[in-house]
Ligand binder design. Structure first.
Ligand code: FES
Length: 143
């Protein structure tokens, strides 16, 4: 049911923890399953130089957040904005259809952290002008 990559990132999640002086922090939750994800970003000159996460959630959510941190580390803000939940799931060699929403939590956590950064630094990030985290994630799957 789960790919080896999912199992690997679930058992050995990368970039777990928090960044004390983070430039952007995003917290999103899924109202239905109650899972919560928190993402911390350190941003220098428009580049994500460090990223950490904490996820209280299912195995797919943990694997997705771990993979998402790997996908955005060292990338520019614009590149990170292009990391969709589909990209996260593909990088994990797929997720079962009923678990696709868990990867959406990761995408939303990245966007929420970038939104927080934009607000604090008074910068505009294309695509985040009116960011509203999706709470009822099961109804908004972009699988
Ligand atoms: Fe809630 Fe996976 S079941 S995020």
């Amino acid at each position: 049911m789960y790919s080896e990559k999912v199992m690997d990132h679930f058992r050995n999640p990368r970039n777990v923890g928090e960044i004390e002086d983070a430039d952007g922090i995003g917290e999103v939750g899924n109202a239905r399953c109650g899972d919560i994800m928190k993402m911390y970003l350190k941003i220098e000159d428009g580049v994500i130089v460090d990223v950490k996460f904490k996820t209280f959630g299912c195995g797919s959510a943990i694997a997705s957040s771990s993979m998402a941190t790997e996908l955005i580390k060292g990338k520019t803000i614009e590149e990170a904005m292009e990391v969709t939940n589909k990209a996260v799931a593909e990088a994990l060699d797929g997720l079962p259809p009923i678990k696709m929403h868990c990867s959406l939590l990761a995408e939303q956590a990245i966007k929420a952290a970038l939104y927080d950064y934009a607000k604090k630094n008074n910068v505009k990030i294309k695509g985040l002008e009116n960011f509203n985290p999706v709470e009822d994630i099961h109804d908004h799957e972009h699988a």
